[in-house]
Design a protein around this ligand. Structure first.
Ligand code: KG4
Ligand code: ZN
Length: 344
């Protein structure tokens, strides 16, 4: 094996077309992200068919730019890693097809990566000291999971949402109060001007044994919608900042409480946060406060590595590659791929 290992990462599971080159799993040589936000904003959310078409238009340019910025050629790359699930099937297929074509053309190994395992690996980029085992709170647009990271490529899910993902709730509430798409960052911004205790929204807990680390966000989302309807019927003008701040507080409190409890039980006093919602300023602050009170070491990526990117896919791809994982040229997109599921 060469001394330095360069992995090209490709990501196209949702609405970002991304490619990156990462050295030895931790050093980002390039990280190119072409966002489709402007187009999907017109429709109030991601339109899968448009996402696929835009990925096709952009993928080659994005990969070329990633190689150019890293000042490496395809021949110098050791492995090609690509997100093959979960995500939108048409969108995933674009990245998977591009990665397979490159792997075939330049005779390089192909490594399929789970998108959420990639989000977790985003933490390795800026925290060189972070190594498994640790606990990870994954909060994205499609996932809210508490995951034991046992080894770089071994995971155990100890809790998950029973309905909406945290990011999904942020997006739906943003839409309801007229902030538009993408909702999370907009709620985060406007909430800074609001009172998080102005409106009492429910802190949903899944009851019963075996659900101590599970989540539910459809209740708080419905409570916000009911509150907005009630105000409309009574002709009361809503304070958007207060609604956003109070909703955000309800979500953050539950995430922090369950994550901290799980860390005390399973996490060896170390927790990482990953996924788009890990960029949320209130969540980061609340986790920081609570973890320092509890003597828990906290890790989270810079915002650019929280939301979708390909550096995280190259980082996870590196650890899969050095552990011997190889995908065949029959690698397919798996839209509902489970965390820790064996490669197919
Ligand atoms: O991880 P990600 O980029 O894509 C998925 O894998 O889903 O996460 C996107 C989600 C969206 O729901 C978005 O609204 C949310 O992350 N998000 C945020 C923030 N930035 C992104 N939610 C709350 N606060 C933020 N600052
Ligand atoms: Zn993601």
């Amino acid at each position: 094996m060469p001394e330095d290992i360069l992995v090209l990462g490709i990501e196209s599971s949702c609405d970002e077309t991304a490619a990156a080159v990462v050295k030895n799993g931790r050093e980002v040589l390039s990280n190119v992200i072409s966002s489709q936000i402007d187009i999907h904003t017109l429709y109030g959310g991601v339109v899968p068919e448009i996402a696929s078409r835009k990925h096709i238009e952009r993928i080659n340019q994005v990969i070329e730019e990633a190689l150019l910025n890293a000042e490496v050629t395809l021949e110098e790359i050791d492995a090609i890693s690509v997100t093959y699930g979960p995500g939108l099937v048409g969108a995933l297929l674009v990245g998977v097809s591009a990665a397979k074509a490159i792997a075939y053309a330049v005779h390089k190994p192909l490594v399929g990566v789970h998108h959420i395992e990639g989000h977790i690996a985003a933490n390795y980029i800026e925290h060189k000291e972070l190594k498994p085992p640790f606990l990870c709170l994954v909060v994205s647009g499609g996932h809210t999971h508490l995951v034991k990271v046992i080894e770089y490529n071994r995971f155990e899910v100890i809790g998950c949402t029973h309905d909406d993902a945290a990011g999904e709730a942020f997006d739906k509430v943003a839409r309801a109060i007229g902030l538009g798409y993408p909702g999370g960052p907009k709620v985060d911004k406007i909430a800074k001007e609001g009172n998080p205790y102005a409106i009492e929204f429910p802190r949903a807990k899944i009851a019963g044994e075996g659900h101590e680390y599970d989540f539910s966000f459809s209740g708080v989302k419905s409570a916000v919608l009911n509150y907005l309807n009630g105000c409309e019927m009574k002709n009361v003008v809503i304070n958007k900042a207060d609604v956003a701040a109070s909703f955000q507080q309800a979500v953050v409190e539950v995430l922090v409480e369950r994550a901290v409890n799980a860390t005390k039980k399973f996490g060896d006093r170390r927790i990482a946060v990953a996924g788009g919602v890990a960029a949320n300023s209130a969540l980061r602050m609340a986790m920081q406060d609570r973890c320092s009170d509890e003597g828990i070491e906290l890790f989270y990526p810079s915002p650019v590595y929280c939301t979708d990117n390909a550096a995280m896919i190259a980082s996870q791809g590196y650890y899969e590659y050095i552990s011997g994982t190889r995908s065949g040229l029959d690698l397919n997109a798996v839209p509902n791929l489970k965390i820790g599921q064996k490669k197919i």
